[in-house]
Write a protein that binds this ligand. Structure first.
Ligand SMILES: Cc1cc2nc3c(=O)[nH]c(=O)nc-3n(C[C@H](O)[C@H](O)[C@H](O)COP(=O)(O)OP(=O)(O)OC[C@H]3O[C@@H](n4cnc5c(N)ncnc54)[C@H](O)[C@@H]3O)c2cc1C
Length: 460
């Protein structure tokens, strides 16, 4: 943005987050007489629905996460800043963020908060060390290293029990992400890696999909959920429902069923695809505005997506709790458009406060190559037609022409052929989480008060 643009457009919109909500808000303001600053903790826009393909070697991280700066390079009224927002002061209209070189403060006239959601381990954060979630590029690359690494170690293992644990993959959470992840691990084991090893047969891999709920793909009808389950079982995946995970360690998972019976699965590779928790910024906003947050930490906004008493602050996407709308990309994109529209109306002196109306364009989940389930209005389809629909929708929403072309090529390699173009994994990807956690634990121990010496009563 040039200095003259800044003079022409004094209204400053700060957008927190470069995910679906943040990016769609920013793009919707491209022609408006505003300055937009996007501040996000990563330099990329992440297409989360395809993360599982990064984890299983189908796609590269660049294909699902283009640089936000590049996506917005032609939008002259927008600038992009790296930074993790640590505080929002509603009274002084200031956003504070931290970045590797220091701290930044931004004053806003309008604020759009789209910081999304992270993984929830339902109060058992210690599971994260052994069962990475699926929320970021870091997660996907770590999982890629763990999944391909497990086959490598199994080839070396002398002990049959050890080999079996290395060839057992447990996916926790039977929503769309868990189903997609389990399906891709099965395809990897049964097709892509089939001829690559000499001592082990990758086809003997055991893939277990677990959920505490009694159904899989709970957001879909019984018919589609049943179709997905049959396809998973055809792929050799064990679906275990009604099983609550009560323990996770390096060597396996502990389960408890509805009757309190416990069991254990020995497994070296676990994937956590259950539970989300909205960004902690939501609680900070709620404290200051009197809004409430739901169990997942989402802010209960007014019908126009604003905070009570703050018509200049919008909370959208996965951070917003409104009309029981699901945490999906369509809600984030459409609520971003709505926020942009409300800002425009205010600047034009038109009436504001129109409620956000969500247009449900349907939902879909892919189970394996050539097989998906899709529900669009009253139409429900499963199998190849649904898979083609899934393919089309994902290509349309993938950001960037270049990414669409390379993604299509990689899909041809994996789905028509049996290869995986992105099998590279580094030791750093696999080990970094553990090293960072240890560093944090050491730092926490260093600031903790010294342990009290037991006090023994002295006789006077
Ligand atoms: C594995 C997976 C698969 C999914 N599959 C589907 C699917 O098939 N279909 C579907 O509709 N939806 C799917 N979803 C859900 C969908 O991706 C989300 O609903 C959507 O991304 C929400 O958009 P958002 O903008 O609210 O948040 P996000 O897209 O999560 O973006 C949040 C942004 O905020 C930034 N951020 C976070 N905290 C801070 C901070 N403190 N300071 C600054 N920046 C911050 C992040 O870096 C990111 O840029 C999936 C999600 C996951 C994780």
């Amino acid at each position: 943005m040039t200095r003259s643009d800044e003079r022409r457009a004094p209204h400053h919109v700060v957008v927190i987050g470069s995910g679906f909500g943040g990016l769609f808000t920013t793009k919707a303001l491209a022609r408006d007489d505003v300055r937009v600053t996007v501040v996000a903790s990563t330099g990329h826009h992440l297409f989360q629905p395809l993360l599982y393909q990064v984890a299983t070697g189908v796609l590269s991280e660049g294909e699902v996460a283009p640089a936000t700066r590049e996506v917005l390079r032609r939008q002259r009224n927008a600038r992009v800043l790296l930074g993790t927002v640590t505080d929002v002061d509603l009274a002084s209209r200031t956003v504070t963020s931290v970045h590797p070189a220091g701290e930044n403060h931004l004053h806003y006239d309008s604020l759009v908060v789209a910081a999304g959601a992270g993984q929830s381990y339902f109060g058992r954060d210690e599971f994260a060390r052994y069962a990475p979630g699926m929320k970021s590029i870091d997660d996907a690359l770590e999982l890629r290293g763990r999944i391909f690494g497990a086959f490598e170690l199994a080839e070396l293992a002398e002990d049959p029990d050890e080999r079996a644990a290395l060839l057992t993959f447990v996916v926790v959470g039977a929503g769309p992400t868990g189903v997609e992840m389990a399906g891709q691990i099965a395809e990897l084991a049964h097709r892509s890696l089939r001829d690559d090893f000499r001592r082990i047969d990758p086809r003997s891999a055991r893939i277990v999909l677990l959920d505490a709920a009694p159904t899989l793909l709970g957001a879909f009808s019984d018919k589609l959920s049943g179709a997905a389950r049959r396809q998973l079982e055809r792929l050799g995946i064990e679906v275990q429902l009604g099983q609550k995970v009560v323990g996770v360690d390096a060597d396996g998972v502990d389960l408890e069923d509805a009757d309190g019976r416990t069991s254990r699965i020995a497994s070296r590779t676990k994937v956590w695809a259950a539970g989300v928790a909205a960004s902690p910024l939501g609680r900070r906003l709620a404290e200051q505005s009197g809004a409430t947050v739901d169990r997942a930490g989402r802010v209960e906004v007014l019908p126009d997506c604003t905070l009570p008493g703050h018509p200049e602050v919008f909370v959208i996407g996965d951070m917003m709790s409104l009309d029981r709308l699901p945490g999906v990309a369509q809600v984030a994109m459409q609520s971003g458009h709505h926020a942009a529209d409300q800002i425009r109306r205010r600047l034009q002196g038109r009436e504001t406060g129109q409620p956000f109306r969500f247009h449900d364009k349907g939902s879909m989940a892919t189970v394996s190559r050539f097989h998906a389930v899709a529900s669009v209005g009253k139409v429900e389809v499963s199998g190849f037609i649904a898979w083609l629909m899934w393919l089309g929708v994902h290509l349309v929403y993938l950001i960037g022409f270049k990414n669409r072309i390379t993604t299509l090529l990689h899909w041809l390699v994996s789905f028509v052929g049996s290869g995986r173009s992105e099998r590279t994994a580094t030791l750093q990807q696999v080990r970094a989480r553990g090293a960072l956690l240890e560093q944090e634990e050491r730092a926490a121990a260093a600031v903790a008060p010294p342990a009290q010496e037991p006090v023994t009563a002295k006789e006077e």
